[in-house]
Design a protein around this ligand. Structure first.
Ligand code: TEU
Length: 573
């Protein structure tokens, strides 16, 4: 096929820098820690690293509250460290994207501080600063992190909008000065050598004139009041096209372009720099069809978006203490892919820093058995790395990371969990029901330190958030050398993708979809055919008979029965 954008064949790997590796012993992960672990990523074979925010921040929301977009958070290092990290990725044939949080800034950002000093001045118009009665917020919108979405600033005599924590102040994108500032930030970083951005809640940036009240019924349904007004606002397409044109379309210095990784794993010459940095949109609440409008080919808006509907079985949210229905995993991808046109391309993710671990959601506690943990870890890797789309691995998935046995709210750090706990406590929810809900949904499950060695290996100090999974056999030191490990399965699958475009760009045909508990599909291109089979159940089952000479290349042998949670990748000759 004709050349496709690099990000259609790439495997992305999300790092949560605060919990990846701590080089200076302060208990907080940092850039030099990541630099020391780049060979782990190169060995795994990932093509692009995405760093959750590393910019200067008071860390009310762990970096998703930016105080200075052109400075590195001092706990994480310096701009020079970041330059070295960028070079380190490119020298290993990997690209690197950062996390751009521009729906809002920290209340400590200079722009907001200026706005408070002079609400009628130029910076006042960077935010939603509304006059009004100190006892009555301008509308009924609620925050994703509990409470109203408005905070009263007596010194300015104004309400300020914050869809998230009360220190995350929404920017007014209707203001062309805001759009210019953001485009300049994007350009400044692309010229520093990064390859693009993941864009935080980027579908929320266009709010309707007048900020109308949210519908109470919809609010009750969604759990948050007002979302219907801003999850796909009136000028979103215009703002995204403008950001792509004015910010992302930049030349990058040739020195910083990544080098081509050759089949034998060695590195070739530098890749041609892309005319446009990749734009990966985090778009909560956007369904398949609106997602196509945002990321469809030729629409000059985003390149990829995250569709969150895969994360929870319908009728559940992550706060329910429930076991994920594996059949839904099959239904989700069959539905999603069936609604796309050849012009569309999807991101395939199962874990991130905002959600409990999919492995634990699927295994429902059975992952305490290392054989189940290994099988489910391999099954999820198989689906994610052979599905038609761009896979986004989240740190730890390659080590079969699981949810944590937190026992008390004091062990959690996430502003969302802490606020929700206080809110539910105030509402009189009983302690047991309250803790079950927080334990089910807390984002901290996925934010504990990476397990580099049997004893931990994150760093010398007590970590900012303590992991509680000490099951033997699932640290990198134990997984990497073991050919039967979940890590080896990820690495071998990624290598297989690299050598066979049928697994990245090939067509996808469902195989025996009517068979319950059996998720199977064929990936084919130019006569090369692969068969992917998974047993979506904790029980042994019969394997459907298929025609053709089927030769397992990963897993197997291919017998007439399938082991619990078994995954097999075969070639069809
Ligand atoms: O997440 C937005 C988002 O979709 C989730 O936070 C979700 O809305 C929330 O958990 C309620 O269910 C992005 C970042 O990924 C997240 O870490 C930040 O906290 C948030 O935006 C604000 O920047």
């Amino acid at each position: 096929p004709d050349p496709v954008p690099w990000w259609q064949e790439a495997v992305f790997y999300q790092i949560y820098p605060r919990s990846f590796a701590d080089s200076d012993g302060d208990g907080i992960g940092d850039l030099r820690g990541i630099i020391s672990r780049l060979d782990h990523l190169a060995d795994l074979g990932v093509d692009c690293v995405w760093l959750s925010p590393i910019f200067d921040s008071p860390n009310q929301d762990m970096g998703y509250d930016v105080r200075d977009y052109r400075a590195v958070m001092e706990e994480m290092g310096t701009l020079e460290d970041l330059d070295e990290l960028i070079r380190g990725c490119h020298e290993r044939g990997m690209r690197i994207i950062l996390d751009l949080v521009v729906n809002h800034t920290s209340d400590q950002h200079a722009w907001f501080q200026e706005a408070l000093l002079d609400p009628d001045g130029p910076y006042g118009d960077y935010y939603f600063l509304e006059r009004g009665d100190p006892k009555t917020p301008p509308n009924n919108w609620t925050s994703f992190f509990s409470g109203p979405a408005w905070r009263w600033f007596p010194e300015a005599g104004r309400w300020a909008l914050h869809l998230f924590a009360d220190g995350q102040m929404d920017l007014r994108w209707d203001n062309p000065d805001v759009r210019r500032e953001v485009a300049d930030i994007v350009g400044w970083w692309l010229e520093r050598g990064i390859d693009g951005f993941r864009l935080d809640v980027i579908n929320y940036i266009s709010k309707p004139e007048g900020l109308p009240d949210g519908n109470a019924f919809v609010g009750a349904l969604m759990g948050f009041v007002g979302v219907e007004h801003y999850f796909y606002g009136p000028r979103l397409g215009e703002f995204l096209r403008g950001l792509r044109r004015d910010g992302f379309t930049r030349d990058r210095p040739p020195a910083s372009t990544p080098r081509r990784r050759l089949d034998d794993g060695s590195l070739g010459d530098p890749l041609p720099p892309d005319p446009v940095g990749v734009m990966v949109g985090e778009t909560p609440g956007v369904g398949v069809q609106l997602g196509r409008l945002l990321s469809g080919g030729g629409r000059d808006q985003l390149d990829l978006i995250f569709n969150f509907d895969v994360l929870d079985t319908p009728g559940h949210t992550r706060w329910d203490d429930y076991v994920y229905d594996p059949e839904y995993l099959k239904r989700f991808y069959r539905t999603y892919l069936s609604e796309l046109s050849p012009n569309d391309w999807i991101a395939v993710f199962l874990d991130n820093h905002d959600n409990p671990r999919m492995l634990s959601k699927l295994a429902g506690g059975a992952e305490r058995d290392p054989a189940v943990r290994t099988a489910v870890g391999k099954l999820l890797a198989t689906v994610q790395l052979t599905m038609r789309g761009t896979p986004f691995l989240y740190q730890g998935q390659e080590l079969a990371a699981v949810n944590q046995g937190f026992e008390h709210i004091d062990q959690l750090r996430d502003v969302e969990s802490v606020n929700r706990h206080a809110e539910l406590l105030a509402e009189g929810v009983g302690p047991r029901a309250l803790w079950r809900q927080i334990l089910a949904g807390s984002r901290d499950h996925a934010r504990v330190p990476m397990r580099w060695t049997r004893e931990g290996g994150f760093g010398d100090a007590v970590a900012w958030l303590e992991g509680r999974d000490e099951a033997p056999g699932f640290s990198a030191a134990e997984q990497v050398p073991d050919p039967a490990s979940v890590y080896a399965w990820h690495r071998d699958l990624i290598a297989l993708r690299r050598h066979h475009r049928a697994l990245t760009l090939g067509d996808l045909t469902w195989v025996r979809p009517e068979v319950k508990g059996y998720l199977a599909y064929e990936r084919s291109l130019d006569g090369e055919r692969f068969l992917i089979e998974t047993n979506l159940s904790p029980k042994q089952r019969r394997r459907p008979k298929l025609t053709g000479r089927i030769v397992p290349v990963l897993g197997g042998p291919r017998e007439s029965t399938m082991r619990p949670w078994e995954a097999i990748v075969s070639r069809i000759d």
